[in-house]
Design a protein around this ligand. Structure first.
Ligand SMILES: Nc1ncnc2c1ncn2[C@@H]1O[C@H](COP(=O)(O)OP(=O)(O)OP(=O)(O)O)[C@@H](O)[C@H]1O
Ligand SMILES: [Mg+2]
Length: 133
């Protein structure tokens, strides 16, 4: 599984370039996963026909992560793939980390929690993407 990260200053085209590369490689037959790491949760919109997918952090909060903790959320099967991973253009697996509640926590920490959740769900082993953006 290869991993590519797009980062840099605001508005330079990270989401646009990332989603176009996801689309192009999916067209070539690769299995691609795109994980948006922006609290705006707009990184995968190009792949979902502008549909805003629910974010991992929002779903986790709805399912009680603050009360239960990450482990119980996953082990207790309170959260499933279908809640947080959506199929976009050419079957690209789309996920958005989302952000902390406004005024609480930091965006970077939120990304760590969201990716940790995907790892604990064995998302990468089960879906076996060739490439994660
Ligand atoms: N190669 C390009 N040529 C012209 N316009 C572009 C190009 N790439 C992106 N844009 C436009 O620039 C704007 C910012 O693009 P995008 O949202 O992808 O940037 P970003 O780096 O993800 O921004 P943010 O930091 O807010 O997440 C959008 O309006 C997009 O359509
Ligand atoms: Mg962006």
């Amino acid at each position: 599984m290869r991993q590519i990260a797009f980062y840099g200053k605001g508005g330079i085209g990270k989401s646009t370039t990332g989603s176009n590369i996801a689309a192009a490689l999916a067209e070539q037959g690769l299995s691609v996963m795109m994980i948006g790491c922006d609290p705006k949760a707009d990184c995968t919109r190009n792949l979902t026909g502008e549909v805003q997918i629910p974010t991992i952090l929002d779903i986790s909060r709805d399912k009680g992560i603050e009360r239960l903790g990450l482990e119980e959320l996953v082990e207790g099967k309170k959260i499933e793939f279908a809640d947080v991973i959506h199929r976009g253009y050419r079957g690209v697996y789309c996920a958005e980390c989302g952000g902390p509640r406004p005024g609480f926590g930091c965006a970077g920490r939120g990304v760590t929690v969201a990716i940790d959740l995907l790892k604990r769900m064995n998302a990468f082993e089960k879906l076996k993407p060739d490439l994660v953006i």
